[in-house]
Design a protein around this ligand. Structure first.
Ligand code: T4K
Length: 367
């Protein structure tokens, strides 16, 4: 019997017929984009759901990252993590800014605050940490360093939709937080993203930046881009929001099942964070050490041979790609923890529609 493929993730789609009324509304009013009613409603509903004051939705997370750096007029050097998706560092480089890589914390695999200060120079203007896998960074330690050195903090919160710490949404930390609503994310709008701002003036400026810099028909105040989310995407987001709690609950069950089934296997370490009070179970990363009978790559291949497409997020490290490799901060000796993690990590399939039988198939292969 040939098994059906199981991917690292699969978007959860609401019933198609429930999307039709949204499309009918769009067809009726013929507003397809440029901050239409669906877009406005999505921003309002996201603020309520996420527990944030100001949000600007975007056509993807990468444009949101690019715009966040523009909004705060970041220049010179930005300290960031090599252990992320390439878009993190690309957004810095595309703005003509030099990314400076700092190693990650061995427990959380997030930017290690104890190593940040040594990387600060007179050109450093900001820190861009990532809440990797939705596990919160040490936001207090990072803010203390930023305050001491007068740096801005932009969180790449692409993985952190809905994550909360004791004081509320993780998205309220730093100067700005950037979300991704890509198809592979916990909450998706097919393609999409957002910037969470601390105040109305910053949101207003970001809204201008994402609309070419227009403030009215004849006035352009800044060299903006087109970062706008279309009405079709925004409408899908509104529908997705009705199902998000259900989706997160199902992810929690899958996460718990993996944890209990894998906890006693020698050579498998499950990455855990203790900082959050509400998780989003966006990824299920495990680290494969030499105590496991086969190597990480052999396991990756074995799973693949059985139609289970786990992913090595984040291997290779961003600092290993050709446009970064020559940079002094990209030297492997400077990033030992990130390198070790990149060589050990495997993200197992986790998504609401993963069946118990399919999850058992994965567990059996790992055991
Ligand atoms: N910052 C961070 C930390 C990020 O992780 C990301 C995105 C960004 C910034 C940038 O945000 P966006 O500009 O993307 O909004 C995927 C995603 O494309 C990417 O959005 C995501 N991070 C990254 C971690 O993962 P790939 O190259 O792994 O995607 P792909 O196409 O191989 O998809 C993985 C699996 O998901 C497939 O094997 C099957 C399944 N899948 C995928 C798509 C696109 C589906 O079932 N349906 C789909 O439509 O990068």
């Amino acid at each position: 019997m040939i098994n059906k493929p199981i991917y690292v993730t699969q978007p959860s789609l609401p019933p198609l017929q429930e999307y039709i009324p949204y499309l009918e509304q769009i067809w009726a009013n013929k507003i397809l984009t440029n901050g239409g009613p669906m877009h406005q409603q999505l921003e309002a509903e996201l603020c309520t759901y996420l527990g944030v004051e100001h949000i600007s939705v975007f056509n993807n997370g990468t444009n949101a990252l690019l715009t966040a750096l523009q909004a705060l007029k970041i220049s010179g050097e930005v300290i960031t993590t090599p252990y992320s998706f390439v878009a993190t560092a690309h957004s810095i480089l595309w703005n003509g800014i030099q990314p400076v890589f700092v190693d990650v914390d061995p427990e959380t695999l997030n930017l290690d605050p104890r190593k940040i200060e040594a990387a600060i120079t007179d050109k450093t203007t900001a820190i861009m940490p990532v809440h990797c896998y939705g596990n919160p960074c040490d936001v207090d330690a990072i803010q203390a360093i930023a305050d001491k050195h007068h740096l801005k903090v932009i969180y790449d919160a692409a993985h952190a939709f809905g994550v909360k710490v004791a004081k509320g949404s993780i998205l309220n930390y730093g100067d700005l937080s950037v979300l991704s609503f890509h198809a592979t994310k916990v909450f998706n709008t097919f393609e999409g993203g957002a910037i969470v701002s601390p105040d109305a003036a910053t949101k207003k400026y970001i809204d201008q930046l994402k609309n070419f810099g227009f403030v009215d028909e004849v006035t352009v105040v800044t060299a903006g881009i087109n970062g706008k989310m279309s009405e079709v995407n925004a409408a899908f987001g509104l529908l997705q929001l009705q199902y998000i709690d259900q989706a997160l609950a199902r992810r929690a069950e899958i996460d718990a099942r993996y944890r209990s089934a894998l906890q006693d296997i020698a050579g498998i370490r499950i990455i855990t964070s203790t900082r959050q009070v509400t998780e989003n179970y966006s990824y299920f990363p495990i680290l494969i050490s030499s105590d496991y009978p086969i190597s990480r790559d052999a396991l990756y291949q074995k799973l693949k041979d059985h139609q289970v497409f786990a992913r090595r997020y984040f291997y290779p490290l961003i600092s290993e790609f050709p446009m970064y490799k020559h940079m002094p901060s990209a030297a492997p000796a400077h990033l030992p923890i990130a390198h070790a993690a990149a060589n050990q990590v495997l993200c197992l399939p986790i998504y609401p529609d993963l069946t118990a039988a399919d999850q058992q198939r994965i567990i059996d292969l790992l055991r």
